[in-house]
Design a binder for this molecule. Structure first.
Ligand code: FE2
Length: 383
């Protein structure tokens, strides 16, 4: 009878493991992965609180990336040296540790308890290991309903930790790839802007303005990241315009202006080579349509109103504002407040009024100190 009960328990634990693995791998947003890992472990082992420590990219420090429990918000982002505290020791040794009475243990670093006000009694710390490399450690604090954790809790934690470590590894890799992709796009935009001394930094500024507008419009975080990339690449088609036209200090002839207008179509064409196509659709559309205007007077397709994609309408406003406020060979840049007035004047004819309102609100709120606005909001957009 006891054997059957044991077997049932094991099956239940296996099911929990499978469920954990499924949830962890279905989602690659790194903060959510951290939270999921921790929540699964805390729930399944029956702990009062838990802390997920991850080794820094340079491998010198460990950092709390997720915390669960009463004082969780005070613990997140605490940093220790890589071999400090029990979390650090477990990361260094790669071996799990069960401590029945934490307060009497010599390796206990009081720093965490002191800053959180949480009283730790009993603790399991397991390493998160993938292919022999320890990525971090997970601490489970205070067994619910019993006084102390036992060896069975450690076994379950170790089994769960191997699943969690894989999810952690995957999401870290994914994050690095995203970083690499974004830095390549940024570099490409910089190379492009560098062709014309008057447009240095243009793409980056337009990308910033665009996400500020999107923030005011309440756009979701992942959409804002897409918009940022699309805005960085909006003028990529200028790569195909000869220098003598692109950098011409005088007025353009009709033919030259027609050649400049082609940068929208050329840009969309260049970007359509990037994979995966599904992920690039908004970026391609933005390159093609950012010179379309609400009243149909824009190019290349003469689209009107909502026929123009939201991204293109936003980038269109941001792009025009930057063009007005930066110096050109033939004109000095306009003051920000004058350019804002100009956008307002063209509401509903050239520009989407909700987008102009969002941007002029941002400008007024920042008191036209855009560098400060950027510094204050960088973290919010996590770009
Ligand atoms: Fe453009």
């Amino acid at each position: 009878m006891e054997r059957v009960e044991n077997l049932e328990l094991q099956v239940q634990e296996l099911l929990k493991l499978l469920e954990a693995a499924k949830q962890l791998n279905s989602n690659l947003e790194i903060e959510e992965v951290f939270q999921n890992i921790l929540l699964q472990m805390v729930t399944m082992v029956g702990a009062e609180a838990g802390t997920l420590w991850v080794l820094d990219q340079d491998g010198e420090e460990i950092k709390v990336v997720a915390a669960y429990g009463e004082s969780a918000d005070k613990i997140v982002n605490i940093r220790l040296k890589k071999d400090e505290g029990i979390a650090g020791k477990v990361i260094m040794s790669g071996e799990p540790v069960l401590i029945r009475n934490v307060q009497e243990h010599p390796d206990w670093s009081n720093r965490v308890d002191e800053s959180s006000g949480f009283v730790t009694k009993s603790m399991i710390t397991v390493p998160l290991t993938v292919k022999g490399k320890v990525l971090g450690s997970l601490q489970l604090l205070n067994k619910k309903q019993c006084e102390f954790f036992n060896e069975a809790d450690v076994s379950l934690a170790v089994a769960l930790a191997s699943q969690s470590a894989m999810a952690l590894h995957n999401s870290q890799m994914y994050d690095e790839l995203q970083q690499m992709f974004l830095s390549m796009i940024r570099t490409l935009a910089k190379v492009l802007d560098a062709r014309d001394p008057y447009t240095a930094g243009h793409s980056e500024r337009v990308a910033n303005y665009s996400v500020w507008i999107a923030g005011k419009l309440g756009m979701a975080a992942d959409k804002k990241k897409e918009l940022y990339k699309a805005a960085l690449l909006h003028d990529v088609g200028k790569i195909g315009i000869p220098d003598d036209i692109l950098r011409k200090p005088d007025r353009l002839t009709t033919e030259e202006y027609e050649a400049i207008k082609l940068h929208t179509v050329v840009g969309a064409d260049i970007l359509s080579n990037m994979e995966p196509k599904r992920a690039m659709a908004d970026v391609i559309q933005t390159a093609r349509s950012h010179h379309e205007r609400i009243d149909g007077s824009g190019y290349p397709d003469g689209l009107k109103g909502n026929e123009i994609s939201l991204f293109a309408r936003i980038v269109g406003v941001a792009d025009t504002f930057d063009a007005m406020t930066t110096a050109r060979s033939y004109s000095k840049g306009m003051p920000y407040s004058d350019a804002a007035e100009e956008l307002i004047r063209c509401k509903d004819t050239l520009f989407d009024s909700a987008i102009v309102d969002a941007f002029t609100t941002v400008l007024a709120e920042s008191e036209y100190d855009l560098a400060k606005y950027e510094a204050d909001h960088k973290k919010e957009y996590r770009l």
